[in-house]
Design a protein around this ligand. Structure first.
Ligand code: ADP
Ligand code: MG
Length: 693
């Protein structure tokens, strides 16, 4: 239950003075539906108005003048502005109004009247001497000059809702903000010199310098930390409640040892470490919720396979789910033979399984004949029943919805979850995206991989690249040719991909095309022809399945590389760097390349480590959504900036862990204040936000 003291902040924005039926939707769009949202909308800028005289005026600045109205120049045609000439004893100033401003100006500001006028000073084109202000921000009686603020806070504005209007709402919201009990650690606050919550909000809405607008300003850091702590606390609570759910005890046994010995290679150190973390979880008697992070080609599947062998050894079933049929089939092909050699029964279940064949497979899952099921969405359908499901593994976990993952997990009691992801998330942000999961990282590649020779080339050089491709294809190589698609529905981009495919097929043999708007079966069919070597150049929008293995593909061409995130480019490139064959990646761009774009492409040329690349990309791009994180379940913070405040993320995570260790029920005074904090941000343990498992 929300404490009463917070009620004033949880009222609809239409309760704010001046927010009527016309303005309310605009405020809601800009800030959110309730007063709290207005309160949490930070100003973005500052206007300083110095009072000056015409002879001292500085062009381009917002300034205030005390003038006498000298003459009116009415517009002759609607397209012409209404002009007022004003004089301040040191020079003339022209005030200009376009459209819709007419004779009332003359009534309001008659010749001879003394006025304080303020606005951005410009010099009229063609008249070297004429200084002007178009649409002054203020024009008031000289006696009321003091009403013009010297410093004005700028809020994000939308059409129909000017910054100055929003500011009034923000100030009223601030008035409604109650004094709340302190939830931050007093000693820490003192050390960091952070103001109290109410004080910080007051400062947020009253910046007096550019420095106050910086995310590093103490009031802003305080508020950001509040938000991060509220979130980390919710994640930690969820993690704790998951941990307290019992899970089947699965000790590591002889079967997976045998499977490991039968591998044609030795596990890397990172694989061994990840596997032992997984085994620790599975043997603990608590339910596992673990994310296995690793670059494309780092060898996640083997680790998953050995975990499944442990489950089978202990008499349990496991399910491995992949987002596409082709990926599921590849996983099946990887694990079927070694498992069968160990006497285990593995099935593949996809949308293709129909009628009798499907029934037989389902029967075998229900009676425990099959120990391992590999498949797609087909695995979590209602009529799929397991005998003793104890482990689910989700490949490319972000490609599934929360409910889909849960539906599969719910097919057993306390089923262990291992989610796998190849999205390189910088360590600093990992806590935010996956704070409620335990994370294992495979940060080492199997030996013997040759780095992908990466270079950037301007688009006009495509003919040369095609020539070289022709030679490589003649030698048996295959290539990906990626065209970006801003949105899957973007017709222009789609046309560009189709045109490229048509163009390439005039010069090269065996060109195929896959894009997001094709039906899944058709997509799979083209992909399969590529895997089988019938297609030698696969033109694809970014839908190409990240995990698909095409051993023969050694060339990756990416058009408009500057439109992709670095992490995404790295993932795409990873598709050709997995095999001993020398591979190359060409990043095509339309010249000229901006400096930042140049730097970004350089990072890719120099580094082959997804985590490092992601971290650098974050630094280069700064705020916004640099890695496309929103799509991977990244929370939309209001006051925290995941880049500028990233040092606080780890602190908040530690803090949250400590708080819960000392006071799991949040019953102590600080605990109760923290509950208030959670209410304030709506980040409570039960919230489905950012649910990763
Ligand atoms: P991921 O799923 O992480 O993208 P995979 O599990 O598909 O990677 O592994 C990519 C390839 O590397 C597979 O062919 C796999 O057999 C091989 N591989 C995995 N681990 C090792 C290892 N330790 N040494 C050599 N090759 C490995
Ligand atoms: Mg994989």
């Amino acid at each position: 239950m929300r404490p009463e003291i917070l009620f004033p902040l949880f009222t609809s924005v239409s309760t704010l003075k001046g927010v009527g039926p016309r303005v309310a939707p605009l405020v809601e769009k800009l800030a959110g539906p309730i007063t709290r949202d207005v309160l949490f909308t930070a100003p973005t800028g500052l206007i300083r108005r110095s009072v000056t005289t015409v002879d001292q005026a500085v062009e381009g600045q917002v300034q205030t003048f005390i003038v006498t109205i000298d003459a009116h120049f009415p517009s002759q045609r609607p397209s012409q502005p209404w002009k007022i000439r004003a004089w301040d004893g040191t020079g003339f100033l022209t005030l200009i109004w376009f459209k819709g401003h007419g004779p009332h100006l003359e009534r309001q500001h008659p010749k001879g009247a003394r006025r304080a006028v303020s606005g951005k000073l410009e010099r009229a084109d063609g008249y070297a001497s004429e200084l002007q202000i178009a649409h002054p921000d203020y024009i008031v009686d000289e006696a009321r000059a003091g009403d013009i603020p010297e410093i004005e806070t700028v809020y994000p504005a939308t059409h129909g809702l000017p910054s100055r209007t929003f500011r009034k709402f923000a100030l009223e919201a601030l008035e409604r903000a109650p004094q709340l009990p302190e939830w931050q650690d007093a000693a820490w606050r003192e050390r960091e010199k952070l103001p109290g919550w109410r004080e910080a909000l007051a400062a947020l809405h009253a910046p007096t310098s550019e420095a106050d607008l910086s995310p590093l300003a103490r009031p802003r850091r305080r508020l950001a930390y509040d938000e991060l702590l509220a979130h980390q606390l919710a994640l930690a609570q969820r993690k704790a409640s998951r941990r307290s759910t019992p899970g089947p005890r699965i000790p590591s046994g002889a079967l997976s040892d045998a499977a490991e010995k039968a591998l044609p290679f030795k596990l890397t150190g990172a694989q061994i470490r990840s596997l032992s973390e997984i085994r620790g979880d599975m043997a603990s008697g608590e339910r596992m919720s673990r994310l296995l992070q690793g670059d494309v080609g780092s060898g996640k599947t083997v680790v998953a396979m050995l975990a499944m062998a442990d489950a089978a050894d202990a008499g349990f079933q496991s399910a491995l789910m992949a987002p596409t049929e082709i990926l599921a089939r590849q996983h099946f092909e990887t694990i079927a033979a070694p498992f069968q050699a160990l006497g285990l029964s593995v099935i593949l279940l996809t949308g293709r399984d129909k009628s009798a064949g499907r029934s037989a497979k389902l029967l075998g899952l229900a009676d425990g004949t099959h120990q391992v099921a590999v498949g797609t969405h087909a695995l979590f359908q209602d009529d799929v029943v397991f005998d003793r499901l104890a482990l689910t593994i989700i490949d490319e976990q972000h490609r599934f919805g929360v409910n889909e993952r849960r539906r599969l997990q719910d097919k057993g009691e306390g089923v262990h979850l291992l989610a796998m992801s190849a999205t390189p998330i910088p360590r600093t942000l990992e806590l935010t995206v996956f704070g409620d999961l335990d994370v294992s990282r495979i940060d080492e590649k199997p030996p013997g991989r040759t780095p992908v020779a990466t270079r950037a080339a301007p688009t006009p050089r495509v003919p040369e690249i095609v020539e070289r491709l022709r030679g490589a294809i003649a030698g048996g190589a295959q290539a990906f040719w990626i065209c970006p698609l801003v949105a899957e529905s973007d017709k222009v981009d789609l046309r560009a991909a189709e045109d490229r495919a048509a163009d390439l097929s005039r010069h090269l043999p065996g060109v195929g095309l896959v894009h997001g708007q094709m039906p899944a079966t058709e997509k799979d069919a083209v992909m399969q022809r590529f895997v089988d070597g019938e297609v030698s150049v696969l033109v694809a929008t970014t839908v190409v399945e990240v995990g698909v293995n095409v051993p023969n593909a050694s060339i990756m061409v990416i058009e408009h590389a500057d439109r992709f995130g670095l992490a995404q480019l790295h993932q795409l490139r990873g598709r050709v760097g997995r095999w001993a064959r020398e591979s190359s990646c060409v990043l095509l761009y339309d010249p000229p390349l901006s400096e930042v774009a140049q730097q970004r492409l350089d990072i890719l040329r120099r580094s082959d480590d997804g985590f490092e690349i992601a971290e650098k990309d974050l630094e280069l791009r700064g705020g916004g959504d640099p890695l496309g994180l929103k799509q991977s379940g990244f929370p939309a913070y209001r006051l925290a900036d995941p880049v500028a405040h990233r040092d606080l993320i780890a602190v908040a995570a530690d803090d949250a862990r400590l708080i819960l260790a000392r006071d799991p029920e949040l019953a102590a005074p600080r605990g109760q204040a923290l509950r208030m904090l959670q209410e304030l941000f709506d980040w409570k343990p039960a919230s489905p936000l950012n649910e990763a498992g």
